[in-house]
Ligand binder design. Sequence first.
Ligand code: ADP
Length: 402
Amino acid sequence: MSGPRLVLTINCGSSSLKFTIINPETGEERLKGQADALGSSSAALSWQHDEKEGTQKLSPGDDYEGVIGALVKRFDGPWSALREQLRAIGHRVVHGGEQFADSTLINDSVVSAIRACCELAPLHNPAALQGIQASLLAFPELPQVAVFDTAFHQSLPDYAYLYALPYSLYRDHQLRRYGMHGSSHRYIGERSAEILKTPTDKINVISAHLGNGASLCAIKNGKSVDTSMGLTPLEGLVMGSRCGDLDPGLLLHLGEALDYSLAELEQLLNRNSGLLGISELSNDCRELEEAMGKGHAGASLALKLFCYRLAKYIAAYTVPLKRVDSLVFTGGIGENSSWVRRETIGWLSQLGYQLDNKRNEDIRFGSEGQISKDGTPDILVIPTREDWVIARDTIRLANRAL
Ligand code: ADP
């Protein structure tokens, strides 16, 4: 295909904006960068382009609009050659509610629908919305696409997505499980199918995305049939600083007996729990592994709890799948921590899982491959490529809009 064909992807987090320029056909990243610590005096833009790194200070007043303004200036100057090759822009949006089972071209009604989903994801969607609005103003001539973290999980059956609460809460307020990390799990399903030379619509995969946020997905015949995150990204696995599953009665107890306010609960569950809460040291797996090596009891306990919960979930997901073609580890922890993979698989011998220790130790830093013993159920490590999924969806929809 001639003409511009690169995609700019934009991912607005609560205080950061990550961006890439990708060739959607090959997955090659031509530019990658992020704006960090937005709203603080250390706010800065950093990037890698043509194997060179650069940084630029941002002003503490710069919001997403300010960052996109800084990007536009660079596109008018040093990155103008890339700018000329841009075909479309893809935005990651965490929550698409029940409206979006696929990515979509952005227009006024899509912006309104994303705004309506802010109520379901108050910590995430407002940032994406600001990024989208700034980018629509800055690049009015380019088609723009929203890619939802929840979309891949819209295939969950009702008995998997409903909470056992009064049905009216679902009917009247859309309170149900939605799941997140959809682009990552979808990529893992598709890539597993390629590696195992199975058609995508026939593959059954358990995908473990383990980063600062962590979630598990059961993929049956290429479609998500269960996932561990719920209405919000708090449910399920133990995460860096989020607690995952809890007895909901504990929340009542914290409110009634210990006088926690809603704001304090939000802080406790999202920011002070998980690996950080148990270890009393760090939310970072690599730091905890180092501390465990030096005998830190809290670090060791936190990592064990993380792996035990993960193993229980993996075993549970054999229920909807029956036949599992591959168990896949991905995300910063899944791709790099041979310790977490070994500890987790250690709980799963009753399912036939066995690690090849050398393969497990050798795989890290972006490599892909099998880590199970030959002749035992497949366990793979696959580096996730959420940005590539966003870029592929974006070009597909942008071309359809012609
Ligand atoms: P995010 O969810 O923010 O995208 P990542 O997928 O980048 O997070 O994962 C971050 C996690 O990966 C951190 O806990 C980090 O310590 C862990 N990690 C990265 N490299 C390693 C490593 N070599 N060994 C163990 N953990 C690692």
